[in-house]
Design a protein around this ligand. Structure first.
Ligand code: ASP
Ligand code: CP
Length: 354
């Protein structure tokens, strides 16, 4: 496999014209590839289900394993992942479903013989009910959804795509679990100042999260975007957020906003997205969360991070101190990922009330 390479042209023109279906209160059979599909009512349905599932897990409710019994989830991850991949797998198994993946990892899939993504996804769709896809190219999940629709018109057992992150585009299920976590901790998003910090240009989690904050439609939300000038949030996303009546501030100075922030969302500089390693080196230590920085936040602020964390969260010793601070809720956030993904799988595959 020494010179096997993932095709760099995974995405066809179809991906860019594909419109993902709006949820509108009904998740069944719908691909989940962008937060643009969600409105507040859809989030309420999903979060009720996630809360119920969490309670049922904690009370060892065996009935959960009936919810997706007989269903198969395919895990197709062409980029590194710990949380998204494993939480989806755990979610499906806890719902009684099965999980398939290429036996020796995707590097032994036929994509490394040169097969294109649309054929690989359709092959996967022939054997599963849901394909969770992570791929380095923006638009890859749209490509998967478009071609699965074509396949679904030909076979009896339709398959949905769920994005596990597409390049620097979106990470919709991460944003769902992020908003769920904020809601869980604060009971509301009303009157919150939410600050996103770091690589807002390449970070797909913050792209989805900023939009989902807008779609959540809370009252009096302020969104602060803290990044170096060259890593700012894409302008179309800030425009969309503003069009929902949210006041957006953009700055490179964390000190301007940290003391007034209720929800602080720290992110990793996305090293793998930089064409020039020197550019990454110049920027990587621009914002570092440490116990001293955390101490500047309100006593009831919450600190989220999609993880993995590197030096943008200081040293290992810093981690150990911050992990004990009640404001740091990234472990709760990470655990919530499984509950939210369980809720999503049940809603998409079965549509039942849980
Ligand atoms: N795990 C998240 C993602 O895949 C965030 C990160 O990697 O920094 O987008
Ligand atoms: N938050 C997140 O997507 O983590 P992984 O990259 O480990 O899946």
């Amino acid at each position: 496999m020494a010179d096997a390479k993932l095709s760099t042209s995974a995405v066809s023109s179809h991906a860019f014209s594909y419109q993902p279906p709006a949820i509108n209160g009904d998740f069944v059979g719908k691909h989940i590839i962008s937060v643009d599909q969600f409105k507040r009512q859809d989030l309420d349905i999903l979060f009720d289900a996630a809360t119920s599932i969490r309670k049922r897990i904690r009370t060892h409710d065996r009935g959960l394993t009936e919810l997706c019994a007989g269903k198969v989830m395919a895990s197709l991850f062409f980029e590194a992942s710990t949380r998204t991949d494993m939480s989806f797998q755990a979610a499906m198994r806890r719902l009684g479903g099965d999980v398939i993946a290429v036996s020796n990892g995707v590097r032994f899939s036929s994509m490394y013989k040169g097969e294109n993504l649309s054929d690989t996804v359709r092959a996967t769709g022939c054997y599963s009910d849901v394909v969770v896809l992570r791929h380095p190219e923006i638009g890859s999940s749209y490509e998967a959804a478009y071609y699965l629709d074509l396949l679904n018109a030909r076979i009896d057992n339709p398959t949905v795509a769920i994005s596990g992150g597409d390049g620097i585009g979106e990470h919709p299920t991460q944003a769902l679990l992020d908003i769920f976590t904020v809601f869980d901790q604060k009971q509301s998003l009303d009157n919150m100042t939410i600050t996103l910090v770091g690589d807002l240009l390449h970070g797909r989690t913050v792209h989805s999260l900023a939009k989902l904050i807008a779609y959540y439609d809370a009252a009096d939300v302020r969104l602060c975007l803290v990044s170096p000038e060259n890593l700012r949030m894409p302008a179309d996303i800030t425009a969309l957020v503003r069009s929902h009546g949210i006041s957006v501030c953009e700055t490179d100075d964390l000190q301007e906003v940290i003391a007034d922030t209720d929800v602080i969302y720290w992110t990793r500089v996305q090293e793998e997205r930089f064409a020039d390693a020197a550019d990454y080196e110049r920027i990587k230590d621009r914002y570092v969360m440490t116990p001293q920085v955390l101490a500047q936040t309100k006593p009831d602020a919450i600190l989220l991070h999609p993880l993995p964390r590197k030096h943008e969260m200081g040293t290992r010793d810093d981690h150990d101190i911050m992990d004990l601070d009640k404001r740091a809720i990234y472990f709760e956030q990470m655990e919530n990922g499984m509950f939210v993904r369980m809720a999503l799988l049940v809603k998409v595959l079965r549509g039942v009330y849980v």
